[in-house]
Design a protein around this ligand. Structure first.
Ligand code: ADP
Ligand code: MG
Length: 355
């Protein structure tokens, strides 16, 4: 049991930025209008997400960290119809197996907030001798989730994250272990910030902030009800934003819809930036990336690259929900045809914008 749980933990949170992604999606699922992220030591020490969503009912606090027992999962008879991909009902459970988790939440019908602490999927007392039951406390409507990795050296913490990952690779993939070290906390923070920035662009109606624990000023602060372009400008600067054109395309044949902001044919930067969301989840797709690069090569001078923010909505049944969380690359049915149709549409859009 312990091994299974630790494996699951490694799958989801082998990096703070991955854990954060799950927590952000939960906050967005809860209908939040504001999501604030606080980070200490690149997330290896502390990760806190405060949202204004519908909250978790006191009676549910006991089970939210048990694997597969959450409400969402029970609603689905057929795993293939899950609208987002990735494993369901595992994120909080997994996080609780490698870190101390505290949830403070208030639902609109409750006069106060309730706080609970977890370890290994179960409620635990916040301190020795105390009760493990959720405790009433002051708090705004919404949920605050605090992930604290046990007090130990940065190196030990790194080993705790890396250890979980190694077990996964050992057992399921039999590939040589590439030992991950997290001595570079700045790099972990950059990854965390990048995830928040991208979700902020994609969900521009929600206000986001991301701040280091010690800092006075947030590294990202977006208004709720901003536009996607506003947030692209806030993150990537006006030099990028002013070269973007809007893109929208729908394919009846391949059952997908694409929207986004993509750089025009004159765009000129040293690095290809691709923000890709599939069914509202931030993903990486080398296949999409490669095709876009090839397409833009027709327009841009050698050595320069585009900026592409794309949101793809695919028929949920055609997205592979069983892609392992450690494999960050997403796969979907009719991938070649969809990418071809998409690139053709972008090609036309670029050509017409160039006229
Ligand atoms: P999943 O999202 O797949 O159901 P998680 O482990 O990510 O699994 O979350 C477990 C459950 O806890 C969710 O289904 C949801 O009911 C509840 N939950 C988690 N985070 C939040 C949040 N920020 N606001 C409201 N409910 C939440
Ligand atoms: Mg979730």
């Amino acid at each position: 049991e312990a091994t299974v749980n630790r494996i699951a933990a490694g799958e989801i949170i082998h990096r703070p930025a991955n854990a954060l992604k799950e927590l952000l999606e939960n906050a967005l699922d809860a209908g939040s209008t504001s999501v604030q992220v606080l980070v200490k030591d690149g997330g290896l020490k502390l990760l806190q997400i405060q949202d204004t969503g519908h909250g978790i009912h006191k009676d549910d606090l006991g089970i939210v960290c048990e694997r597969f027992t959450t409400s969402k999962l029970r609603k689905f008879e057929d795993l293939h119809s899950i609208a987002t991909f990735g494993f369901r009902g595992e994120a909080l459970a997994s996080i609780s197996h490698v870190a101390h988790l505290t949830i403070t939440s208030r639902t609109p019908d409750s006069p106060c907030a309730w706080r609970a602490t977890y370890s290994d999927g179960k409620l635990v007392p916040p301190k020795a001798g105390a009760s493990a039951d959720p405790k009433p406390c002051a708090g705004n409507a919404g949920t605050t989730i605090t992930v604290r990795v046990p007090a130990c050296s940065a190196v030990q913490r790194a080993a705790a994250y890396a250890g979980a990952l190694e077990q996964v690779e050992d057992l399921f993939f039999n590939v040589p272990i590439r030992r991950k070290t997290f001595t570079n906390l700045a790099e972990e923070y950059t990854r965390v910030l990048e995830v928040v920035q991208r979700y902020a662009i994609h969900n521009s109606r929600v206000g986001f902030s991301c701040k280091k624990h010690s800092a006075q000023v947030a590294d990202l602060q977006t208004a709720s009800n901003a536009s996607k372009l506003d947030n692209i400008r806030a993150v990537f600067g006006n030099n990028v934003a002013r070269e973007l054109i809007e893109f929208e395309f729908e394919s009846v044949r391949w059952q997908f819809k694409a929207t986004g902001h993509i750089s025009n044919a004159n765009f000129n930067t040293k690095r290809f930036t691709l923000l890709l969301f599939i069914n509202n989840r931030l993903v990486e797709s080398p296949a999409v990336k490669k095709s876009l690069e090839a397409l833009y090569a027709k327009y841009l001078p050698k050595g320069t690259h585009p900026f592409v923010y794309l949101s793809l909505e695919l028929n949920p049944e055609t997205v592979d929900v069983n892609v392992h969380p450690t494999k960050r690359h997403v796969q979907f049915l009719h991938e070649d045809s969809i990418i071809e149709a998409l690139c053709e549409a972008i090609d036309q859009r670029l050509a017409s914008a160039n006229d």
